[in-house]
Write a protein that binds this ligand. Structure first.
Ligand code: ZN
Length: 452
């Protein structure tokens, strides 16, 4: 799978530029960085290089060719920024094919052969047509198809044309409810990190809506009896096993038994390991239902550096006094390159990550001395009604990621299931000097600190 992802900023700049010369063809170059997944590649674009005066050797309604001088200038810029290049051009006439023409492909092969050996990154091309965008990547000998093209702001713009879905009796009412979002959901590869009380009902909902594939990630085993009350797929008999089963196996077994055709994969590994991290890069969307700050810091970087949307969900039981229930709060944060990250939001803390990484003996000593504010790994109060509420909110946020009307929606909010209360959480825009702002679309040029 090859994905090409634009930031919303780059997409808006590019589409305005392409539209302004119609009916003539128009074009531009973009800098591209790359993220290598386990079995996929992500091409990432945030910088558009618009053509200066005289940049086109040929420009009319059926052809566009950049001058050698301009190609040389964009090549220097890409080498200087250690990036690859993407050539974008328009086919503004709807009667023209929504694909590269024969002449396009001859010209692109020439560009690929000339430019690719000098670049530190890939060479790719896109044609923008009124019906959608089509792309191809140079693979050392020829141009090969790009499978999915998105622009991501608060929501996702699906730029690759969608073919009509095969509707079955299973889908009718969901298609009526969601319209084209149904078709998009069914093409998604979604990763769920954390397969406990919160992640397991999320995974089951993903299978029930018919997503193409679900990757289950959790490093933990089902070794705490009180978890059985909340983990979907867990049974009392699991507690009798000689060796506690990994949560991904308990949940994965359950999902397989449902009999839907979603592909289910499991990774029993820490997301901070390179192997598990690269598997996440194969996903279209990651749902974070894990509670350690170290894992969430890694997932947080997916949204900015790799333009991979992350839906971060958490729950907490409010109590006052001596175990008197005062709230059942589920909170969702939609993380993209356009929304505040977990550092912007102060949701994660470097101090807690340091504590999480200490040996247990050191953590116990700090707890005795009263220094530990979190990350001690002890089970926190929870109840299935709350974890299911959180899982439903996460799924609604996933649907919202593809809904036009959600473009102006809050990216962070909480809902209290006990008191029927709810509110947006701030900040509403990213913090200007946050770490996330310096990493947008850099991919493997700015990987998160992993543990090996
Ligand atoms: Zn940030």
């Amino acid at each position: 799978m090859i994905r090409l992802i634009f930031t919303e900023r780059a997409f808006v700049e590019l589409s305005a530029h392409l539209a302004h010369s119609a009916p003539l063809e128009e074009g531009a170059f973009c800098l591209v960085h790359e993220g290598h997944g386990h079995s996929s590649r992500r091409l990432l674009v945030d910088t558009v290089l618009l053509p200066p005066d005289g940049a086109w050797e040929v420009q009319h309604e059926g052809a566009l060719r950049p001058s050698a001088q301009w190609v040389s200038a964009v090549l220097s810029e890409a080498i200087c920024r250690q990036a690859g290049l993407l050539f974008v051009h328009s086919h503004p006439d709807p009667r023209h094919p929504c694909a590269f023409s024969h002449i396009d492909l001859i010209a692109l092969r020439d560009l690929g052969r000339t430019l690719a050996p000098m670049l530190d990154g890939p060479f790719a091309a896109v044609v923008a047509h009124p019906e959608g965008w089509t792309g191809a990547l140079w693979n050392e000998t020829d141009m090969t198809d790009i499978h999915r093209i998105w622009a991501i702001g608060r929501t996702v713009r699906w730029l690759t044309p969608l073919t009509a879905p095969l509707l079955t009796d299973l889908d009718q009412r969901q298609r009526d409810a969601l319209g084209i979002i149904h078709d998009q959901l069914q093409r998604l590869d979604v990763a769920v990190v954390g397969c406990g009380g919160l992640g397991s009902p999320i995974a089951e909902q993903l299978v029930r809506v018919g997503t193409q594939s679900v990757l289950l990630n959790d490093v933990d085993c089902l070794d705490t009896p009180s978890n059985v009350r909340r983990v979907f797929g867990a049974a009392i008999a699991d507690l009798d096993a000689a060796v506690s089963p990994p949560k991904v196996d308990v949940v994965g077994r359950h999902l397989q038994q449902l009999g839907f055709d979603t592909r289910i994969r499991r990774t029993h590994a820490d997301v901070r390991s390179d192997q598990a991290f690269r598997q996440l890069l194969d996903a279209d969307v990651v749902i974070s239902a894990t509670d350690t700050h170290g894992s969430r810091a890694v997932l947080n970087d997916l949204a900015s550096a790799y333009l991979l949307p992350v839906i971060d969900v958490g729950v907490r039981v409010g109590t006052r006094g001596d175990h008197v229930l005062s709230g059942l709060v589920a909170e969702v944060r939609v993380l993209t390159a356009s929304t505040p990250c977990l550092w912007c939001r102060k949701t994660i803390s470097a101090d807690v990550i340091r504590v999480e990484n200490l040996p247990e003996t050191d953590r116990a000593r700090l707890r005795r001395e009263g220094y530990v504010v979190g990350g001690d790994g002890s089970p926190v109060a929870s109840v299935v009604a709350l974890t299911v509420l959180g899982s439903g909110l996460a799924m609604c946020a996933l649907i919202g990621l593809f809904a036009d009307d959600a473009d102006v929606a809050a990216s962070g909010y909480w809902i209290d299931g006990l008191l029927g209360d709810g509110c947006e959480t701030g900040p509403t825009v990213p913090v200007a000097d946050c770490w996330c702002r310096r990493r947008i679309a850099l991919g493997d040029a700015a990987p998160p600190p992993l543990i090996g």
